[in-house]
Design a protein around this ligand. Structure first.
Ligand code: NAD
Length: 482
């Protein structure tokens, strides 16, 4: 799986420097591939290619329907290679293969398909009668986009940016996380085969310092970033200094509220895949589980059984529910939070250690803490591992207050036999997405964060509008433009 080039201007080009990034298997701790580590010179080349493709290339001038045809071809080619891509991502970052197929690959192509459809029907130009006189309102591609993505759902997050950027007529410089560069090589092969014009997508594998060079590059018009809140604040400050457009999708600490009328067995069955999603390395993971005091013991018992029964295994084993964490430092971080939970007086109900039977790999047992108060560190900070906390509430108002008592506001859910009470609660929780008896995400509707979970929205028409600039052309009275 070794690679020695970057994908720039529609071609495979030699790196400017000699440094490499090692891709390490989270399951075996062995180096499985090496790729070049981009320098600022490589970024400059990638940005120049994207700039030229936007300023003088065919892509922004093509009709949205023509762009949609290329996007549909890319989707078809990705789907045809789904097994290879899913396996590559599982090998890079430890995602269970059952999740990788749907959550990493098909979720990405569904997003691409959604924007392919939207490109065909979106009103990129609109005539308005006006107050002072008639206008033509255009929505044009924002220009050169710097797309900076994390390691946890690399292709899916890439597509949240790439698909609307392509639909808008913009061009892209993509920087994958240094730990997960391989899936982006497969994407590059696909876009080349699909005939995407040169320079529309350029990919530089690099770490954060070189990433900052993309953020501050004067020829980049917009940054679309997904990652940690700490990095998001730094990137927002850098963009602010240049008044550069920027969208930030950051962390989360979502609360699942179990109401007293919920059927517990269907609730736990529905909740667990959302709580331990992607080894717990998911920004939307429902990791704070809120149960009323009257049912608290019963809920904790049911959760304990489900967490203890979540099979830990190798990423490529189809039976695996929880695989290894993506990096040694992530295991240290998660173990640090487990220690902190015990220290602050939470009751460890299940897990807390390393699973038996694994000599290698960055595995952590699926873990449940009970008797957690919302002030504890493990209830406030994003752990990004398979660690759940169960918090008791007094009544529905208290549950909503606990859900809202967070710096984050990305996602949440409520579990109930009465969907109307679910909607009533959803209206009161300050998060960007919300689920009733399920996951709160749909590709045709906006996704993003309140509070420190981000700025701006992805998905839906709102996600496209993040890559558009509006332009008003005031027309002479009585004139009808072609
Ligand atoms: P991270 O912030 O460390 O890195 C994310 C990406 O940004 C990487 O490519 C990294 O190299 C790059 N980067 C970091 N600092 C940078 C800088 N100053 N300039 C330019 N690039 C920089 O995050 P991570 O640990 O890779 O990802 C995990 C985080 O991502 C979690 O907090 C998670 O919640 C969040 N996340 C959010 C969403 C969402 O949609 N809200 C989705 C997935 C992950």
């Amino acid at each position: 799986m070794n690679r020695d080039k970057f994908f720039i201007n529609g071609d495979w080009v030699d790196p400017a420097g000699n440094d490499t990034l090692a891709v390490i298997s989270p399951a075996t701790e062995e180096v499985i591939a090496k790729v070049p580590d981009a320098t600022t010179t490589d970024v400059d080349r990638a940005v120049a290619a994207a700039r030229a493709a936007f300023d003088t290339g065919p892509w922004p001038q093509m009709s949205p329907a023509e762009r949609a045809d290329v996007m549909a071809t890319i989707s078809g080619l990705l789907q045809a290679r789904y097994e290879e891509i899913a396996q590559t991502i599982s090998e890079e970052m430890g995602s269970p293969i059952s999740f990788s197929v749907m959550g990493q690959v098909f979720a990405a192509t569904m997003v691409l398909d959604y924007y392919t459809g939207l490109a065909r029907e979106y009103a990129f130009e609109e005539r308005r009668p006006g107050v002072l006189g008639p206008t033509l309102v255009r929505r044009e591609g924002v220009g050169v986009v710097g797309a900076i993505v994390p390691w946890n759902v690399p292709l899916f997050v890439t597509m949240l940016k790439l698909a609307p950027a392509l639909a808008s007529g913009s061009t892209v410089v993509l920087k994958p996380a240094p730990e997960t560069p391989l899936n982006a090589y497969l994407l590059a092969e696909v876009v080349k085969e699909a005939g995407l014009p040169a320079g529309v997508l350029n990919i530089v594998q690099a770490g954060r310092e070189v990433g900052e060079h993309i953020v501050t590059h004067p020829d980049v018009d917009k940054i679309s970033f997904t990652g940690s809140t700490v990095a998001g604040k730094k990137i927002a400050a850098l963009c602010g200094a240049q008044l550069k457009r920027c969208t930030l999708e950051l962390g989360g600490k979502s609360a699942a509220i179990i109401l007293d009328d919920a059927d517990l067995s269907t609730t736990i069955a529905g909740l667990m895949p959302n709580a331990l999603m992607n080894n717990g390395e998911a920004c939307v993971a429902q990791t704070r589980i809120l149960a009323s005091r009257s049912r608290y013991a019963e809920v904790v018992d049911a959760l304990a059984a489900a967490v203890a029964g979540s099979k830990v295994g190798e990423p490529l084993d189809p039976e695996t529910v929880v695989g290894p964490l993506f990096a040694s430092r992530q295991r240290d971080r998660v173990e640090g939070y487990i220690a902190k939970g015990k220290e602050e007086g939470a009751r460890l109900v299940v897990g807390g250690g390393r699973p038996a039977g694994f000599d290698k790999g960055w595995y952590v047992e699926p873990t449940l803490f009970a008797d957690v108060t919302n002030q504890m560190t493990i209830a406030q900070e994003e752990i990004f591992g398979p660690v759940l906390v169960a918090i008791p509430y007094d009544d529905v108002d208290d549950a909503v207050a606990i859900a809202n008592d967070s710096d984050y506001g990305l996602s949440g859910s409520v579990w109930t036999s009465d969907p109307q009470s679910g909607v009533d609660i959803a209206r009161r929780v300050r998060t960007g997405t919300y689920g009733i008896n399920g996951m709160g995400m749909d590709f045709s509707s906006p996704f993003g964060g309140f509070k420190q979970s981000g700025v701006g929205r992805e998905l839906g028409p709102e996600g496209l509008e993040g890559f558009l600039e509006s332009k008003t052309i005031v027309l002479p009275a009585g004139f009808e433009p072609a």
